[in-house]
Design a protein around this ligand. Structure first.
Ligand code: G16
Length: 555
């Protein structure tokens, strides 16, 4: 039949390798770029359906974020700029894995289940990172978006519009999807609009930093040789002299994420290559698509100090809590973390700061939803992925106070600072650029050095390792990934190993972005954390079908 011929004609341009099975993971599909052409085409189709269903603009971002240059991936963005819902992640997996001849049935199945009105107009925004494979892969997405469903499915006439943003950071695309769907209430859906909103708020905030010297305004940024570097350059003219950035790993020579970037710095606990660090100087690293950030410095003894997502969450929540007190506002603030959060950070937040702390599974989508339950939800993964959410009620109360003519100066000043803080934050998702501006503003306002920030609490020594197994799905977890329920005997082995170390904790989980099992351990000393991480890695290797050589001790 004609319509089936059309199906095979159009989708055969983007054939699925027979038998290849991929899953929509922690942050979309991710694997070697050469396996992804059909996935991109199909995600273009799915984004169109999602747009028809929600009657809103949907985003498709082509990136593999922290993964190596040869990988790529794709994430779908829902109308308010959040990650796509779990049900649609399921459809994404179904569609991705349908064999070539079953694609039409898989599409019809989604259309029926979701009762999608195919005559509804569709709008899709597409963005990509700097990987060499991203150009052709984003074209495959566009082929899917622009496919004529009418001939494809013999349904009603359909209109599909797309806007191709080209090179953007992941959070910039999230931001623009949200702006578009809120008719500009969240901001203007352009890159320039994004810089203007964030930088104006930053400049307003730093006006409150009266004694800030030029030295304190300086920051070294490691751009991971990725899109974040290009975008920092683009933004600089909007910052006037309020923040002076020295940009390293700007993509002009090094390889994306190779020995640099937020993931490298966090996992290796050392500075990236390609950056000049003077003792005591504040530095930060973005990841490959600029949705994560970590800070660090070296001291006069050459010792490296990392300020990760936990330290960032602590700095931000302390700042917000103080402002709420000064403003006399009774709003419920909470911090959302994952199992990777350093034990010291959780103790500090709960026992000293007395804020509510929640723990969710890895993946910003989980943290984001947990944070939405509070007036102010600060969420950060230890790897530096996070942001702050303000409820509608919180934003309204802050605005009322800032505009109240009868309010005293101190309360009003605090409310205005809160307003500008809201405007510097990208509430749609973790955003390295926005987080950097917020952190820089807080340090400037509080007159705080990176050393003083670091001294808020001391991290427990920790170690993260990866173990290669034949099928990482054999590992199943519970309790926000803090305990393994399979394979049999693994959790018992971890419990026994943990008991051999002081102040120790360890857990394992299958990665949702790489084909590995991740192992985390913390303990009283680095030696102890390293040895526990190694022992647990061996248990994973032996009980979960390790491949290759047995994990070796770190020392
Ligand atoms: C993605 C997710 C993060 C997650 C990270 C690692 O980050 O957005 O929430 O922490 O992957 O996930 P996993 O341990 O499952 O591999 P990114 O920056 O790579 O998009």
């Amino acid at each position: 039949m004609a319509q089936f011929e059309e199906v095979s004609k159009q989708s055969s341009q983007h054939p699925k390798p027979a038998g290849l099975v991929l899953q929509y993971g922690t942050a979309g599909f991710r694997t070697n770029a050469k396996h992804l052409d059909h996935i991109m085409f199909r995600m273009g189709l799915l984004a169109t359906l999602r747009s028809k269903k929600t009657k809103a603009t949907i985003g498709v971002m082509v990136t593999a974020s922290h993964n190596p240059e040869e990988d790529n991936g794709v994430k779908l963005i829902d109308p308010m700029g959040e990650m796509v819902t779990p049900a649609w992640e399921g459809y994404a997996t179904q569609l991705a894995n349908a064999e070539q001849g079953d694609l039409l049935t898989a599409l019809k199945d989604i259309i029926e289940k979701e009762s999608i009105n195919m005559s509804q107009e569709a709008n899709v925004f597409v963005g990509k990172d700097t990987r060499s494979s991203s150009a052709s892969l984003s074209q495959a997405v566009l082929d899917g978006v622009l496919l004529n469903f009418d001939s494809f499915l013999n349904f009603f006439l359909h209109f599909s519009h797309h806007f191709y943003y080209g090179l953007v950071t992941t959070p910039q695309l999230h931001y623009m999807v949200c702006c578009q769907n809120t008719q500009g209430k969240y901001g203007e859906a352009t890159i320039e609009g994004y810089y203007r909103k964030l930088c104006q708020a930053f400049i307003q905030l730093t006006k409150n930093a009266s004694n800030c010297t030029d030295d304190q305004k300086h920051l070294s940024v490691d751009g991971a040789n990725g899109i974040g570097a290009l975008k920092v350059r683009e933004m600089e003219s909007h910052l006037r002299r309020e923040l002076q950035i020295s940009l390293f790993n700007d993509g002009s020579k090094g390889k994306l994420n190779h020995q640099c970037g937020a993931d490298f710095v966090k996992v290796q606990q050392k500075p990236p290559t390609g950056i000049n660090i003077n003792p005591g100087e504040r530095c930060c690293s973005f990841d490959g698509d600029a949705d994560r950030i970590v800070y660090y410095y070296t001291d006069s003894d050459g010792q490296f100090h990392l300020l990760d997502g936990d330290k960032i969450a602590t700095l931000i929540s302390t700042f917000l809590k103080e402002l709420l007190t000064q403003a006399g506002l009774d709003l419920k603030i909470a911090v959302v973390q994952t199992a990777y959060a350093n034990g010291s950070s959780t103790h500090y937040l709960e026992d000293t700061m007395k804020v509510i702390v929640r723990c969710t599974k890895t993946g910003v989508k989980h943290l984001h939803h947990a944070a939405q339950e509070f007036d102010i939800g600060v969420y950060f993964e230890a790897n530096g992925h996070g942001t702050v959410l303000f409820s509608k009620v919180a934003e309204e109360k802050i605005q009322q106070l800032a505009e109240d003519p009868n309010m005293n100066d101190e309360r009003k000043r605090a409310a205005r600072l809160l307003q500008n803080t809201i405007n510097v934050i990208n509430q749609t998702v973790g955003d390295a650029i926005s987080d950097m501006l917020l952190i820089e503003a807080i340090l400037a306002i509080r007159g705080m050095t990176v050393q003083q920030w670091d001294a808020i609490y001391s991290d427990l020594p920790n170690r993260q390792l990866k173990v290669k197994v034949s099928d990482r799905r054999v590992i199943d977890t519970t309790d926000a990934e803090r305990r393994a329920v399979s394979p049999a005997g693994l959790q018992e082995a971890i419990d026994t190993l943990v008991k051999k170390h002081r102040l120790a904790r360890s857990f394992v989980r299958p990665s949702g972005t790489e084909d590995v099992v991740r192992v985390y351990a913390e303990a009283e000393t680095q030696e102890s954390a390293d040895s526990l991480a190694h022992e647990v890695s061996l248990a994973v290797y032996r009980l979960a079908g390790g491949v290759g050589d047995e994990p070796k001790p770190l020392h």
